[in-house]
Design a protein around this ligand. Structure first.
Ligand code: NAI
Length: 390
């Protein structure tokens, strides 16, 4: 159980680029980072509007002279300080992730970046090499994957409780973009423009969460080929999609289907995962994150609750609230930030042994997400053809 006790030399001197007052995801980063006192927010370039960003930063408790106009000023001024920033989180629209990450790494600063990490696998690989050369960590914030019941599913699969995996059923949908884009928010405008969003809309925006979580639960399975069908129901969003279906064949013969959509009118279900094996299935959804369905063929269905002693050790080890009390998205983000802090701490100590077995969403997770997107786009653009996963 995690109870806030010191697990690293702390706090890391932490800064943010983006995630300002009007940003959607910024508070999730601050919730995650500041929970255990593992990070201390010392600086930021929080907003495209420099004045609003400064005002916001001061309100968060950052010194006014460390609220910068942009990331370039942040890097230059922090590098000149003895107590300069050690790790920066990037919560800006997708197109700026690559240039800001690169600039931070070149200045010797660890990075925690939003998904989808970059536009291409080539960019991910280049940044991976740069991070290696510099001895720095790149973390990626796949929000719900720090939840104890995600670890529980992974542990149950690893123990063979499900038998051989046959079916992978993934869904992340909502209806917030069911209407047209007249008067759309800034957040929707950049998401539906390939110059700012990259080669996908909903596949990258929400589909990568599904894909990474499935990788955690099924690390032994690899996709052999996939077929992606994508469509913009609101035509102005084309060539990007507001809806997509992906079929996947895995190397053990398993079959997967994945549905992402932001035009599922009225739907508030968000994320749902079902992993079906030859003996049993598990199902988890962020609508009821405290509960894991465990359906054994021929037996009454069970609901497993987070924090209960009958769960696997790996799950209980990362539980924060304890059974009976709600464990949710904020707790998951805190775990992700804690794991990335432990990775940074190990990197600083040169403890490569720790890093080999330490689980956290890093550059590999970010790269594999982008690789999956590239394969989806290749298939969709070939007329929804089956493509070998490359
Ligand atoms: P948003 O448009 O709501 O907010 C972006 C924020 O960044 C704003 O405060 C804006 O002023 C600021 N900004 C933009 N460019 C900047 C720059 N060059 N320098 C400094 N500040 C800048 O966007 P949203 O929804 O917060 O998404 C940001 C990123 O987070 C995206 O990559 C998105 O995919 C990801 N995201 C991830 C989520 C998760 O669960 N991990 C959830 C929501 C978004």
């Amino acid at each position: 159980m995690i109870n806030g006790e010191r697990l690293t030399e702390r706090p890391l001197r932490w800064g943010m680029v983006g995630g300002g007052r009007t940003g959607q995801v910024g508070y999730k980063h601050r919730t995650g980072a500041q929970r255990d006192g593992t990070y201390k927010l010392v600086c930021g370039a929080f907003d495209l509007d420099a004045e609003r960003g400064r005002d916001f930063g001061v309100n968060l408790g950052v010194e006014a002279n460390r609220c910068y106009a942009d990331y370039k000023e942040l890097i230059a001024k922090e590098a000149a300080r003895e107590d300069g920033v050690q790790v920066v989180s990037i919560a800006t629209p997708n197109f700026s992730h690559y240039e800001i990450t690169k600039a931070c790494l070149e200045a010797g600063i660890h990075v925690i970046c939003e998904k989808p990490l970059f536009f291409t696998v080539a960019e991910c690989e280049e940044i991976g090499k740069l991070a290696d050369q510099k001895g720095l960590i790149v973390g990626v914030t796949y929000g719900f994957t720090g939840h104890p019941l995600v670890r529980q599913m992974a542990a149950m699969v690893a123990k063979g409780l499900l038998g051989d995996i046959r079916i992978v059923d993934l869904q992340y949908t909502h209806g917030f973009n069911a209407g047209d884009d007249v008067g759309a928010s800034e957040a929707l405008k950049w998401r539906t423009n390939p110059k700012t969003a990259g080669p996908t809309f909903v596949l990258g925006d929400i589909g990568t969460h599904l894909y990474y979580l499935s990788e955690i639960v099924l690390p032994h399975l690899k996709i052999e080929k996939l077929l992606c069908d994508r469509k913009a129901f609101i035509p102005s969003r084309a060539p990007l999609e507001d809806h997509a279906t992906v079929l996947m064949h895995y190397d053990n013969g398993a079959r997967g289907r994945l549905w992402v959509s932001s035009v599922n009118a009225g739907n508030m279900g968000s994320q749902r995962y079902r992993f079906v094996g030859s003996k049993a299935s598990v199902e988890w959804s962020d609508s009821h994150p405290d509960q894991l369905l465990y359906d054994v063929q021929g037996e009454p269905n069970r609901i497993l609750h987070h924090g209960m002693p009958y769960l696997e050790e790996e799950s209980l080890a990362i539980d924060r609230m304890g059974a009976l009390h709600t464990e949710g998205l904020g707790d998951s983000w805190s775990n992700i930030y804690l794991w990335i802090a432990q990775a940074i701490d190990a990197k600083k100590r040169g403890d490569e042994g720790f890093l080999k077995t330490h689980h956290y969403p890093g550059i590999k997770a970010g790269t594999e997400g982008v690789r999956w997107l590239e394969n989806c786009v290749r298939s969709a653009d070939a007329g929804s053809a089956w493509v070998d996963f490359a």
